[in-house]
Ligand binder design. Structure first.
Ligand code: MV4
Length: 447
């Protein structure tokens, strides 16, 4: 087991990882920017190292400073959290070269999944159902027309270096295709320095359902069920649930089994998320994330398993603590992302939190790095906390969520709490009847 873990992140996820380290009796080091000297993760860690000025590229993304902080403090492993360096293959390689364990998959596995064409090809080879489309990159209009005619319109053109919704263009007929292809290519080139694009059948009204998987790096793989993350705005998730209101136990076991076998066959190590679009009872792979995700607590709530413990165990060579048959899905969980943003326009609202009171009681978890009197710096993303609610079934979970939202007080800044108070009373949400476009349509109507 590790002696000392350096946490290369900030905010609620830095605290989340700190808590797991403390429970395991592992010493902790955090790094921070000058803007985060007052942050909770700095206060709670055993040691802290200031690694640079506020901009992320000079601090939380500064690989050399982070490696130096490991050497100075004697940390034997790094947990990257999510965002920042969590899916940076070079960072994983550099740590390995310094004999520091990256708590995550290998650089090569990160690299494969970071290239969306390669990821899709790999998924297909491993027996995961993928969206019909081109086998690789498409550069010629003629080729695009041939593939599109074969799969049928509408089609979507995606950047191989993209992901998370950046650099996508829909073509509804052959007349749209040339412009869609050219704009997708030039936007991808400008944004990522790589203009490779591919084509897929465009699904009109899918849900976004993702499978939590884990590999032990030695040929074993398990799945922890799915999360439904369909409620998004501009590709930012807002509300996540486990299980998906759309799946039954049989469908869960089937797609879960396929995903667990795939990570086993890949020799994958650590936590991963296999993202699907789900429409008319069918799963279509879109991407794989090679990190712990923001919404992992809903999976923890229904399985009772600490996923950060599992990450640390696997990275230290101790293997997974559970076999597939030990993983049971109990009840229902919902996470609301509390952002320091206007609840309608989503404009960031940094500033001082004058009063912060979190809800409590059975089935309630709040993961947050803020406190009364804390000044939210303007340099980072606006997530200030996550409310995770668990109940024996979805109805109980929703009842409890409504009550918890009533208790939650954040004064001094705007937050997304009022949006959740509206959503929890909405009939479509109550019925679990929503797709990936539901939230944006709802917000457009409310304006
Ligand atoms: C799609 C799609 C429809 N058809 N692919 C957006 C994020 C990126 N991860 C994939 N995305 C999409 N890919 C096909 N073939 C629709 C989306 C999409 C979306 C997906 C998940 C959650 C919200 C979304 C909002 C708009 C579009």
């Amino acid at each position: 087991m590790f002696q000392k873990i350096l946490i290369a992140n900030r905010g609620e996820i830095a605290l989340r990882v700190l808590r797991a380290c403390k429970e395991l009796g592992i010493q902790t080091v955090v790094v921070h920017s000058t803007a985060d000297a007052d942050a909770m993760h700095v206060r709670l860690a055993d040691e802290s190292v200031c690694i640079g000025p506020p901009p992320s590229r000079d601090s939380y993304l500064n690989v050399h400073q982070i490696v130096a902080a490991c050497e100075i403090t004697g940390a034997d492993a790094v947990h990257p959290g999510y965002g920042f360096l969590s899916e940076n293959a070079k960072f994983a390689d550099i740590l390995a070269a310094h004999n520091i364990t990256f708590i995550g998959p290998t650089g090569d596995h990160i690299r494969i999944m970071g290239d969306k064409i390669e990821a899709k090809r790999t998924a297909k080879r491993l027996g995961i159902p993928v969206v019909p489309g081109s086998d690789g990159a498409i550069s010629e209009e003629k080729e695009a027309k041939r593939v599109a005619a074969e799969i049928g319109y509408p089609v979507i053109i995606k950047a191989s270096a993209g992901g998370g919704g950046r650099g996508m263009k829909v073509a509804r007929s052959e007349a749209d295709l040339e412009i869609a292809l050219q704009t997708a290519k030039s936007e991808a080139g400008a944004a990522f320095g790589d203009d490779a694009v591919y084509i897929e059948k465009y699904l009109e009204k899918p849900r976004h359902i993702e499978l939590q998987v884990f590999g032990d790096g030695a040929g074993r793989g398990v799945h922890f069920g799915e999360r439904d993350c369909s409620l998004q705005r501009r590709h930012q998730k807002v509300w996540e649930e486990a299980n998906s209101p759309a799946l039954n136990a049989e469908e869960r076991a089937r797609i879960g089994g396929i995903c667990a076998k795939a990570v086993a066959d890949l020799g994958y190590s650590g936590a991963g998320t296999i993202e699907f679009l789900y429409e008319d009872g069918e799963f279509y792979f879109i991407e794989m994330n090679t990190r712990l995700q923001v919404e992992h607590p809903v999976t923890e709530a229904i399985t009772g398993i600490d996923l950060v413990h599992e990450q640390i165990r696997v990275a230290s060579g101790g293997g997974l603590s559970v076999r597939q048959e030990d993983i049971k899905f109990n009840g229902h969980a919902i996470e609301c992302r509390i952002n320091a943003e206007d609840p309608r326009t989503f404009t960031p609202s940094p500033g001082t939190i004058t009063h912060f009171h979190t809800p409590g009681g059975l089935g309630i978890r709040v993961d947050s790095g803020v406190y009364s009197g804390y000044k939210i710096p303007p340099y980072y993303d606006s997530l200030i906390g996550k409310l995770i609610v668990h109940g024996r079934n979805r109805v109980e979970c929703m009842m409890r969520l409504r009550r918890a939202l009533d208790e939650f007080v954040v004064d001094g800044i705007k937050t997304t709490l009022p949006l959740f108070r509206d959503l929890v009373g909405n009939p479509d949400i109550a019925n679990g009847d929503y797709d990936i476009h539901w939230l944006e349509k709802y917000l457009a109507k409310e304006e």
